[in-house]
Write a protein that binds this ligand. Structure first.
Ligand SMILES: O=c1ccn([C@@H]2O[C@H](COP(=O)(O)O)[C@@H](O)[C@H]2O)c(=O)[nH]1
Length: 287
């Protein structure tokens, strides 16, 4: 039997979603959520919140996306809790996309890549979200290192927030900014695509972006990598929105939902059941 660690990120992601469904469950310990679980908004509360999510999702949900910001708020001790969650989720067989949206000039990007995607990275996730707004090419160290270490990256293309279009829809030389990002990912996934396999470069396209994919003439189905779609649930994105936004790219979509699923906590069984219900209804819609 092939060991999981010899598989590429694209292959592992496909196996995880085939087994557990397409949901990417977020771990976003907002103050209001932590308090609604009856916990203090402090290190002890954060630790219990994270461990409860790990117990509910680990081995039961295919993909989990912790939001780094909510752990960084608590300084290095908060980051240690995040690292523990990443380690425990992966040990339970759940893929982890760390939502840290790193992006910088190439030489600094080298260091970010080593920190999160390198072979010696501490408690490294399976994939990292990255921001291309210093230019898609500035992400080269992360894209290449992820490929070498069997990990993935998710590049922001069309984000779910209302401020995104001002930058992402801008056109230069006849191509939108988002279009150049799709083109970059398509090129980086070409080799995997030629082998009929999913690529390791994914894109972030929000469930709330309306007709932008069609308006900007983006061929997401041909991109060859996964499409992480935040905005489902608390931001108003629905299953029908996913259908409208992604069209024939739907089979590649990984819908991400944090607050809506997390609001079923703190009971582990209730949290797990909410994730399972969401995943099942999304699977029926996407496949
Ligand atoms: O375009 C983007 C990119 C990332 N996010 C992140 O996803 C979750 C969404 O949380 P919900 O509670 O389901 O709204 C959060 O961590 C965001 O930072 C996004 O929403 N949109």
């Amino acid at each position: 039997m092939t060991s999981l660690s010899t598989l590429t990120f694209g292959q592992r992601l496909r196996a995880a979603t085939d087994l557990h469904g397409p949901l990417c469950a977020g771990i976003d310990p907002h103050r209001s959520l932590v308090e609604s679980w009856g916990l203090g908004y402090d290190l002890d509360g954060l630790r219990i919140f994270a461990r409860t999510c790990v117990e509910a999702f680990g081995g039961h949900v295919g993909v989990v996306k912790p939001q780094s910001a909510f752990f960084e708020v608590f300084g290095s001790a908060g980051v240690a809790i995040l690292e523990e969650a990443v380690r425990d989720l992966r040990a339970a067989g759940t893929l982890v996309i760390l939502d840290a949206k790193r992006g910088d000039i190439g030489t600094t990007m080298d260091a970010y890549a080593e920190a999160f995607l390198g072979k010696d990275a501490v408690d490294a996730p399976d994939a990292l979200t990255v921001s291309p707004y210093l230019g898609y090419g500035s992400l080269r160290p992360a894209i290449d290192l992820a490929h070498q270490t069997g990990r993935g990256v998710f590049v922001l293309a069309l984000t779910s927030n209302p401020e995104g279009p001002a930058v992402q829809h801008a056109v230069r030389g006849g191509r939108s900014v988002a279009g150049t990002i799709v083109d970059g990912a398509t090129a980086d996934n070409a080799e995997a695509r030629s082998r009929g396999e999913p690529g390791h470069v994914g894109l972030v396209v929000g469930a709330t972006v309306g007709s932008a994919v069609q308006d900007l003439d983006l061929d997401l189905a041909a991109m060859g990598g996964p499409l992480l779609a935040p905005g489902v649930g608390a931001q108003g994105g629905t299953g029908d929105d996913l259908k409208r936004v992604f069209g024939d790219a739907l089979p590649h979509v990984l819908p991400a939902s944090s607050r809506e699923v997390l609001s079923a906590g703190p009971d582990v069984d209730a949290l797990r059941a909410a994730a399972r219900r969401t995943s099942e209804s999304l699977a029926a819609l996407l496949r």
